[in-house]
Design a protein around this ligand. Structure first.
Ligand code: ATP
Length: 310
């Protein structure tokens, strides 16, 4: 089956500046795809190309199997731009009706349900709406026609936690119906909850891409160890282990040590077994840990230097 989005070796330059470099990206049917990266990484640049709003300098972009410069393709996508421009003179209802007309939407029951769930008053004028309420209108517009592909640029910007929840439910419903959703976000915990696949952009290059579960599995695992009162705290031996990084005592004289670990924990557990331990905890690594590894400023391989020195 043709992927809904396929970018092959895509580069985008603005003058001398390369905003995106040799991007390969594939979004299959029926998945939620998280598009992550720090400010200026190139997320919006990618999304604008997917929507045919700008052209790649080189490489090939296909959306729904077509060139996105084709207006017919665009009208099949539920799109939420990073900066949504609305006609200030209209009410919310008029705005949604005009978008619906453009899409040939005849059954408005899902639209009306979304209006309820997002808690917007359709009679209100767009002028004077808060950022969050504008975002809600944009989201309802993107979801209401149940398009096969949704492309959402920072969709939860300005939404309160309750509305973020409503949004995530709409995303899960869309996936349940076989629609695909590409969403860019800085809110990693939310992407982690909902995305099947993620890509991490850094400085216009893909730093990682793959199933969320695998990325999380590859993340450094944090361990917190409390050595028994009076027992040795083997900081130097811990820091010398190959999988260890950021080995730190909680407080200068404390028996508590935290460290990050990559790879099988066997060598760590063997070393710890030689010592008297009061507690050992290892929280589930999250995407934030995995993600932040990609842009430690002074550690290109993602490892932080060890804090062992005491
Ligand atoms: N039209 C343009 N002309 C020149 N440079 C641009 C243009 N559009 C984007 N850029 C630059 O390209 C880089 C990527 O920008 P982009 O907006 O895609 O990043 P982003 O990942 O979406 O970041 P943010 O989360 O801050 O929106 C930035 O350095 C930006 O300044």
């Amino acid at each position: 089956m043709t992927p809904l989005i396929e970018c092959t070796d895509v580069t985008k330059r603005f003058g001398d500046f390369t905003a995106l470099s040799r991007l390969d990206l594939t979004v299959p049917q029926g998945v939620v795809y998280g598009y992550l990266g720090p400010n200026g990484a190139g997320k919006s640049t990618t999304i604008r190309m997917l929507m045919g709003l700008s052209r790649p300098t080189s490489g090939r972009v296909r959306v729904l199997g077509e060139d996105p410069a084709d207006a017919g393709v665009r009208s099949r996508i539920g799109y939420l731009p990073g900066e949504l421009r609305l006609d200030e003179r209209l009410t919310i209802a008029q705005t949604l009706t005009s978008w619906g007309r453009l899409r040939g939407l005849s059954d408005t029951s899902y639209r009306d349900e979304l209006v309820q769930r997002f808690g917007v008053d359709p009679a209100r004028k767009v002028r004077g709406l808060s950022t969050g309420n504008r975002r809600k209108v944009g989201l309802i517009g993107a979801f209401m026609a149940r398009p096969e592909l949704l492309i959402l640029d920072e969709p939860t910007n300005g939404l309160d936690p309750l509305m973020q929840q409503v949004f995530l439910e709409a995303v899960e419903e869309a996936r349940g119906r076989g629609q695909s959703v590409l969403l860019s976000s800085h809110i990693l915990s939310e992407v982690e909850r909902v995305a099947d696949l993620v890509a991490v952009l850094q400085g216009g290059r893909l730093a990682a891409a793959g199933p969320t579960r695998e990325l999380r599995r590859g993340a450094a695992q944090r361990f917190h160890v409390t050595f028994a009162d009076g027992a040795d705290v083997p900081l130097v031996s811990l820091a010398a282990l190959e999988g260890a990084s950021a080995v730190e005592r909680r407080l200068p004289e404390s028996q508590e040590v935290s460290l990050a670990w990559t790879g099988s924990p066997d060598p760590l557990l063997r070393l710890l077994a030689e010592h008297r331990i009061a507690t050992l905890t290892a929280p589930e690594p999250d995407l934030e840990d995995a993600f932040l590894e990609f842009y430690q400023p002074d550690a290109p391989d993602g490892r932080t230097s060890t804090g062992a020195g005491a």
